[in-house]
Design a protein around this ligand. Structure first.
Ligand code: OOG
Ligand code: MG
Length: 262
């Protein structure tokens, strides 16, 4: 750790206030170029503690920057994780107000719910497949608190990996019923195909993304509890949305998610 506890706490307050006030700020590594990975996650966990203290519930966990398309779009190379808040849950088919956010983008994701604990180190794809209760299609709404969505890895980890909202729906399936690698996803914006991908875009297999999460949590002495909702990361590049946009994401074997931005 390079930052002292007071700086961690004030950066957590700074970033959470930016979220709550929908105001973009400069990426924090500009002022703190020496901060390290532990500092970055310490800030994210401090934001999480602030929310929990106010009665917010953690609705799940997310992996991010797990696909080539996302890494290329954001100019970073390493997967990261964050948490999802209860107030971020949005119903399938909803009208979503853009003024809830600073500069929202959407991502098509494959999500899972576990039915037994997953612990690293050494957690692997097979252990995850055996622990998946069901697979569900999901769309994440990301909203970096940083100006123009420009950040580096440490800044985005501290900013809870741009987490802002998520839509879950479609059809839940057992992991054994489908091939998560070849599962096709078509993202349509205003009736036109914007992005196309398959599950393998996510670190080769979406379940591998969950194993990576378990192994990263193990470094902090934590594990994935049974019954955890996990978003495995965008399969395609994220797509910016503005008032008037309608989105349909079609998932092979898992149905379609729809939303309209106003
Ligand atoms: C960081 C969050 C990335 C994903 O699914 O790749 C993410 C960002 O791109 O703002 O959630
Ligand atoms: Mg995401």
């Amino acid at each position: 750790m390079k930052l002292d506890p007071g700086t961690i706490a004030s950066l957590a307050e700074h970033l959470e206030t930016a979220e709550l006030e929908r105001r973009a700020v400069a990426k924090i590594t500009d002022a703190h170029p020496d901060m390290d990975w532990d500092d970055a996650y310490a800030i994210q966990y401090a934001i999480r503690a602030r929310k929990i203290a106010r009665g917010v519930r953690v609705a799940g966990l997310k992996m991010g920057l797990t696909s080539r398309a996302k890494m290329k779009q954001m100019g970073v190379e390493v997967p990261v994780y964050g948490f999802l808040c209860d107030y971020g849950a949005i119903a399938d088919g909803a009208e979503i107000r853009c003024d809830r956010f600073i500069h929202p983008r959407i991502e098509a994701e494959i999500a899972v719910v576990t039915n037994r604990p997953l612990r690293g180190p050494g957690c692997h794809t097979g252990a995850v497949l055996a622990a998946i209760d069901f697979v569900v299609p999901a769309v994440e709404i990301i909203d970096s608190r940083y100006e123009s969505f420009r950040f580096d890895l440490k800044s985005v980890i501290a900013d809870n990996t741009s987490a802002a909202g998520f839509v879950v729906g479609g059809r839940a399936r057992a992991a054994q019923e489908i091939d998560l690698r070849t599962l096709g996803v078509v993202l349509e914006k205003n009736g036109e195909v914007a992005e196309v991908a398959a599950g393998a875009a996510v670190v080769g297999h979406p379940a591998t993304s969950v194993a990576m999460l378990a192994n990263m949590l193990a470094a902090r002495g934590e594990h994935i509890a049974a019954g955890t909702f996990i978003m495995t990361g965008g399969v395609t590049a994220a797509v910016a949305v503005a008032p008037g946009d309608s989105i349909n994401v079609r998932y092979q074997d898992l149905g379609t998610l729809s939303m309209r931005f106003v």
